[in-house]
Every structure is written in C-alpha cells, then in structure tokens.
Design a protein around this ligand. Structure first.
Ligand code: ADP
Length: 352
C-alpha cells in the first residue's frame, strides 16, 4: 500500500543516474529499485547529492518498508492526551505547515521525545503529526537497526535521513529509541553499535542546524536509559501516560461504534471504566476485541454452524462479555512502573 507510482518528467532515462549510485549500473537493478530511484530524482533527472553513493537496495527498503505516504491517523482517532496534542500542535504541526512564520526566535526544535508505558498511543501521535502536517512519515524501530541490520544499520540510517530530506516535510519516528541512544553501553560497547549511534547523532545534528523540514520523534518506554546527548537533541519531551477513565470509555465506545456493536448504557460503561484502572489504550483495544467475541461464541455454543451464522442471530455486546474478557485480558503495565515515568517527567519532561 506504500507504493507510489513513478512520475518522471524526462522520459524515464535513468541510465546515467543509476550508474552513479554505489557503482551499480542500471542492468544490475530490478524494476522496483529503478522505480524508487526514479521517484527520488530531481526535475533534472539527477539523484540528489545525499543519495548518491548509497546502495539502491537500502534506498528501496526505506522507500517501500519504512516510508508511509499516508499514515491515516488523525487527532480525532486518539483518545485523551489533550496536553500532548496541544503541545505537539504548537510545537511541531504549525511550524511544519508554516515554516515562513516559525523562524528565528520562533524556530522549532527538531527533536521530540514521547515517553511512557507501552501501548498508550505514542506511535499514533507520530502518525497523526505526519497526517495533520501533511508530512511523509518514516517509521523505524531502533531495535531492528541493532538486530536485523547488524553491521548495516549505519548505512540504513544514512539512507533513511537521505530519503527523508528528499521527501520534506518529513517526520521520522524512531521507536524504542533507547536501544539506539542508551547510556548503558559506553564501556565494552560493540564497535558497530557505537558507529551506528554516532551516525545517527551526526544525521540529527545535520538537519537540526539546517533549514530542513524534518522532525525526529523518538519514542521510548525506558526514558531513564537515554543518555545526555539524546536528551540534548530531543528538546521537547512529552509524557504519554495511561488513558484516563474518560479516554478508556471513549476507546470502548469508538471501537464498538465502528462495527455498529455499541449498545451499552452509561452505567455499563462506568463499570467497565472502574474495572479497567491501569489498562493501556492497547489493553483496552484487546479487551474490546475479546468482549466482542462473546456474542459469537454464545451463538456457536447453541449449535449454529459458523458458515450458517447470520449477523442478526448475534446479540449485542454486553457488560457480561466485558467481565469475561477482563479475566483473559490483564493490564500489561504494572502500577509501580508508573512512578519511574512520573519521576523522569518531573526531572526532564516538558510540563507545560
Ligand atoms: P505505543 O506506540 O505507545 O506503544 P501505539 O500508538 O502503537 O502505542 O498504540 C497501540 C494501539 O493501542 C493503537 O493502535 C490503538 O488501537 C490503541 N491505543 C493506544 N492508545 C490509544 C489512545 N490514546 N487512543 C486510541 N487508541 C489507542
């Protein structure tokens, strides 16, 4: 779904261009790689400086797997988090939409950290920023750089920032950023991960000082592991907490409504909210999924074949379905972890 058809103005003569990339000639590239490179060429048919000498397969990987032209998340899809939404709108969306106003004293920071328990909407916020600011979204998990791309992570990082600079405005979302910019490894640090970290910081430094419209968002569940260099570059740090009771109610209603399954009364919703204290947004989604299976399971128990089952034969989802689902879906965040986030937020977070 991420593929964008190539549009070339010069008749598709990419022979000269590709032969300059990492010493490859056109013949050695497959069609997908050629198309990716074609799309990144300027009006003169030349590949931008930053992308020359990069391996086409890495550019292709970034364009096809990491880049998302239409992340398809809007603010309205995200429950609660009003503080984060307000900060992010002012700090990053307006500057991306109006770079002419946000310059000089108003020039925005280029690095944002979203920290908090897993499953609370950090990735959704990253996508919504890109969606609202009409920016291209790049998603990479830092742990994949250190595991899947062993020895090549550095090159992939260059390709990532290179392609992003050709696709401005751009939002680069680095999940689990702590595994890349952690303070733990300083001694006995593996040479390749040290190089990867250095390359990443160089790239960040590069666009931070320039006029490029690239925003880097780092997300982490372990902010306390980030080192000082990472904190310095991620100037705005927003705590993304567990959803409030209202936000949990909204998630339940919104998910059931989407499928036309919402028939609960206010008292039922209040009970569900009371029973789900400490559940993350993602836990709530799993809970709704499990509860919505209740009517189906019951109908099948009565002997109806799944192939024969009519939608009308199923009763609406009830509070009892949620009560059963609560036995299956337990909260994934322990309450004593929350203290660590709150402490770190007090010390390093952007509180207003
Ligand atoms: P994180 O990046 O913080 O680990 P995600 O943004 O990937 O979490 O959220 C995982 C899923 O949980 C989302 O796809 C969404 O369905 C649900 N979710 C989490 N937080 C929220 C929220 N605040 N509002 C609506 N849905 C949420």
């Amino acid at each position: 779904g991420n593929f964008i058809p190539p549009i070339r103005s010069n008749g598709g003569n990419s022979g000269n261009m590709t032969s300059r990339i990492a010493g490859k000639s056109d013949d050695t590239l497959d069609d997908t790689a050629k198309r990716c490179l074609d799309m990144l060429c300027g009006p003169d048919g030349e590949l931008p400086e930053k992308l020359r000498n990069l391996e086409p397969r890495l550019i292709e990987h970034v364009s096809n797997e990491i880049m998302d032209k239409d992340p398809n998340v809007r603010w309205d899809d995200i429950a609660g988090l009003d503080h984060a939404k307000k900060c992010v709108t002012e700090m990053v969306i307006w500057p991306l939409l109006r770079p002419d106003i946000f310059r000089g004293c108003r020039s925005p920071g280029k690095g944002l950290l979203l920290f908090g328990p897993p499953g609370t909407g950090k990735t959704m916020i990253g996508k919504a920023i890109a969606g609202e600011a009409k920016a291209t979204f790049f998603y990479i998990s830092a742990s994949s750089l250190t595991s899947k791309w062993i020895g090549e992570g550095e090159k992939l990082v260059r390709a990532l920032f290179g392609v992003a600079s050709c696709r401005q405005p751009a939002v680069i979302f680095v999940d689990e950023i702590d595994s890349l910019l952690s303070q733990r490894k300083s001694e006995g640090e593996h040479e390749s991960s040290r190089r990867l970290k250095t390359q990443f910081l160089i790239e960040m430094e590069g666009f931070d000082s320039g006029s490029e419209q690239i925003l880097l968002i780092g997300a982490t569940n372990r902010p306390q592991e980030l080192d000082e260099a990472a904190r310095r570059r991620l100037t705005k740090r927003l705590y993304i907490p567990l959803p409030s009771s209202e936000a949990r109610a909204w998630i339940v209603q919104n998910l059931l409504d989407k499928d036309g399954l919402f028939k609960l009364v206010k008292e039922d919703i209040d009970t569900i909210c009371r029973l789900t204290e400490g559940y993350s947004g993602s836990d709530m989604k799993n809970l709704v999924k499990d509860a919505s299976m209740g009517p189906l399971r019951e109908a099948l128990k009565q002997g109806i074949e799944i192939t024969e089952l009519k939608k009308e034969d199923m009763r609406p989802v009830t509070l009892q379905d949620f009560e059963h689902a609560l036995q299956e879906v337990r909260p994934s965040v322990s309450l004593n972890e929350l203290g660590t986030y709150e402490e770190w937020n007090k010390q390093f977070g952007s509180l207003s």
